[in-house]
Design a protein around this ligand. Structure first.
Ligand code: CDP
Ligand code: CDP
Length: 220
C-alpha cells in the first residue's frame, strides 16, 4: 500500500503522515527531510552551496537514513544525527534551490522509489502523487492559509528551541519557498489530478486524520 501526501510548506503533511503510518502499520517517509539533508551537506562543505556544477559529483558521498525511534523520526546524514540541524532557517532558505536541481531530484527519486518498493508507505512531499508514486492507492493534497501555516511553524520552532524571528518573516519565507517549488521545471509542487484536497486551516490534527481514515476505509 502506498499513500501520497503533498502540499505547501507547514500545511500539516508530516504530522498527519506519521499518525496515519502508525495507525496503518506502514512506514513513514519524509522526503522533505531528504532534500534538507542534501542541502545541509552542501552547506557544510566550504563554498559548495553556490557551485551548482559540482553538486552532481558530490551526491555519491551523501548517505541519508530515516529511522523511526521512540522519540520520533530521526534523520541521519552519513551516520550523523541531523534531525534538528536540517530544520534550521539557513537550510530552509536554501532547500528549494537545491530541490530544483535535476541531478539532486534524480538521485533522491531513486532512493524514494526503492524505499516504497518492499513495504507499505505513507510518503509526504511535493511531488509524491504526481511523480514519485503516481500509482499510489491514496493521494492527499493538504493546504492551509499562509498565515496559519506561519503561526504553526513559529510555535513549532519556538517549542524546539530555535528562537524564530517573527511570524511575518516566517510567512514571507514559506510563501517564497512555495512560489519557488510551484514554478520549478522538474516535478513542481502540484496537486495530482486524482488527489483529495484537504484545507486544514480550521481543522485539528485529529480531525484531519479522521477525514483521511474515513476516505481510506470507504475506498478500500
Ligand atoms: O516541512 P516543510 O513543509 O517546511 O518542508 P519539507 O517538507 O521539509 O520540504 C523542504 C523542501 O524540500 C521543500 O520546500 C521543497 O523545495 C523540497 N521538497 C521537494 O522538492 N520535493 C519533495 N518531495 C519534498 C520536499
Ligand atoms: O509537514 P508539513 O511541513 O506540511 O507540516 P507539519 O510539520 O506537519 O505541521 C506544521 C505544524 O503545524 C506542526 O507543529 C503541527 O503540529 C501543526 N499542525 C496543526 O497545528 N494543525 C494541523 N491540522 C496540522 C499541523
Amino acid at each position: 500500500m502506498q499513500i501520497a501526501i503533498d502540499g505547501p510548506a507547514a500545511s500539516g503533511k508530516s504530522t498527519v503522515a506519521k499518525i496515519l503510518a502508525s495507525k496503518l502499520k506502514a512506514t513513514y517517509i519524509d522526503t522533505g527531510a531528504m532534500f534538507r539533508a542534501v542541502t545541509l551537506y552542501l552547506l557544510k562543505q566550504e563554498g559548495l552551496i553556490t557551485r551548482v556544477e559540482l553538486w552532481d559529483q558530490n551526491l555519491a558521498d551523501i548517505e541519508i537514513q530515516l529511522e523511526m525511534t521512540e522519540s520520533g523520526q530521526k534523520v541521519f546524514l552519513n551516520q550523523e544525527d541531523v534531525t534538528e540541524a536540517i530544520r534550521s532557517q539557513e537550510v530552509s532558505r536554501q532547500v528549494s534551490k537545491v530541490a530544483a536541481n535535476l541531478k539532486v531530484r534524480e538521485y533522491l527519486l531513486k532512493e524514494q522509489r526503492r524505499l516504497a518498493k518492499d513495504q507499505d508507505v505513507v510518503m509526504d512531499g511535493r511531488d509524491i502523487g504526481t511523480t514519485v508514486l503516481p500509482q499510489a492507492n491514496y493521494k492527499f493534497f493538504m493546504i492551509a492559509s499562509s498565515r496559519v501555516r506561519a503561526q504553526r511553524r513559529f510555535d513549532e520552532l519556538s517549542k524546539n528551541g530555535h528562537s524564530p524571528i517573527s511570524i511575518e518573516q516566517i510567512e514571507k519565507d514559506i510563501q517564497a519557498r512555495d512560489e519557488y517549488d510551484r514554478n520549478r521545471k522538474y516535478a513542481p509542487l502540484k496537486k495530482a489530478e486524482d488527489a483529495i484536497e484537504i484545507d486544514t486551516s480550521n481543522m485539528t490534527i485529529d480531525e484531519v486524520v479522521e477525514k483521511m481514515l474515513t476516505f481510506i476505509s470507504r475506498n478500500a
